[in-house]
Ligand binder design. Structure first.
Ligand code: PLP
Length: 386
């Protein structure tokens, strides 16, 4: 059975060009880029060229790009690195990915509220920063994601920066931009932040490669120490093949973004419109003008996401409810709860995320299978919403 993949926000299929780009470094050019012989220097050059490509897309200096092992590591490095450097407090909104939220909580930080779209509420951020300063503490870092992984809303980092600079001038501003590269030109985000995290498997690169931009030079303590790679900022032998592939995937994503956003928004619109039109009790969680093109998110009355995802899985339709976690188990969405979505609605949450491989046929089949599955589930309940 062919797979209908509507879970690009969890992980995107690799771009063929990125797979091709990694093969030579797996097969033939396997030297350690930190070595001193010519074979090693060739690998080193591949890493440096990749760094140049990433910097060009992000609008930063190549030397400010640090390659890491994943998006989670980049977020941990930013927050833990800032807190251990300054001893100050970490702050983030309640809708951050666990890779940020749990680290902020681990360091005893402050979590602030969000608006109806899950964006940081600047009216809560400003007094939270004032309170920390008034208690004779400093703010080490404020972390606000660029694009939310569940509902696709977009934070205005320029506005966040203004609040942070005014209320806590010494604090670093970090953004988890892991869900952004397919939809937003990051050259417009990077200038507003001190730190920016990416993960290659979200834009057609391989799993196991992340990026942390330290905009304007080193500002934080390293998380992983040892061999001193990445100019002492992130030790560990470079994943040459993965880094090369990630940079190629990012470059292609950037080059195709303008046309892809239009193409994918049309597919997403049709997918969500058809579900809303052909099934009763389906509501969009967020207005489309407030979210990125690849994100569809609906709440379906009278069903539970877990049961729906089970039926979709039987038909090889891949989607999700809350974000994926290691156990694969369904947890109630902390994002929807923070946005004020009532628990009875978020029980039936369905996240459908599209990307570079999504076609009209995926939308046709997705709509058909989801409608049948919802009708089947409803026919088994007393609620009877057909
Ligand atoms: N941040 C966001 C917003 C994400 O969506 C994800 C992945 O789901 C991560 C961080 C973690 O990235 P990685 O899977 O590379 O650790």
């Amino acid at each position: 059975m062919a797979i209908t993949y509507l879970d690009h926000a969890a992980s995107a299929p690799m771009r063929p060009e990125a797979i091709e780009a990694m093969l030579p470094y797996l097969r033939d050019q396997y030297a350690n880029p930190s070595g001193s012989h010519r074979f090693a220097r060739q690998a080193r050059q591949a890493v440096d060229e990749s760094r140049d490509r990433v910097a060009a897309v992000l609008g930063c200096r190549p030397n400010d790009v640090v390659f890491t092992g994943c998006g989670t590591e980049s977020d941990n490095m930013a927050i833990t690195g800032a807190v251990t450097r300054s001893g100050g407090v970490a702050v983030c909104p309640a809708t951050e990915h666990h890779a940020v939220l749990e680290v902020v909580e681990h360091h005893g930080g402050v979590v602030v509220g969000v608006d109806h779209a899950g964006r940081v509420d600047l009216g809560q951020l400003a007094p939270a920063l004032d309170e920390i300063v008034a208690a004779d503490r400093s703010v080490a870092i404020v972390s606000v994601m660029t694009v939310n992984n569940e509902v696709g809303s977009i934070n205005d980092l320029e506005a966040v920066r203004r609040v942070v600079r005014r209320h806590s001038p010494g604090a670093l501003l970090h953004t988890d931009a892991v869900q952004a590269p397919c939809w937003l030109d990051l050259r417009r985000v990077t200038p507003h932040v001190d730190l920016l995290a990416l993960s290659a498997h979200k834009f057609g690169g391989p799993k196991g490669v992340g990026v942390l931009v330290e905009n304007g030079g080193p500002k934080i303590n390293p998380l992983i120490i040892g061999g001193g790679q990445e100019r002492e900022r992130r030790s560990g032998t470079h994943n040459t093949a993965g880094i090369v592939a990630a940079s190629i995937a990012l470059e292609l994503t950037d080059a195709e973004r303008a046309t892809e956003v239009v193409r994918i928004a049309a597919l997403r619109d049709r997918l969500v419109d058809e579900l809303c039109a052909r099934l009763n009790g389906v509501t969009e969680t967020l207005d489309r003008s407030e979210k990125v093109a690849g994100s569809g998110h609906v709440c379906i009355e009278g069903i539970e996401s877990e049961a729906l995802l089970f039926l979709l899985d039987e038909e090889a339709v891949c989607a999700s409810a809350a974000s994926a976690c290691a156990s694969g188990a369904m947890e109630p969405s902390h994002v929807l709860a923070a946005m004020g979505v009532p628990a009875v609605r978020s029980l039936g949450a369905l996240r459908l995320t599209l990307g570079h491989t999504t076609t009209d046929a995926d939308v046709d089949r997705g709509v058909h299978v989801i409608i049948e599955a919802v009708q089947r589930l409803r026919s088994h309940t007393d609620r009877g919403i057909a």
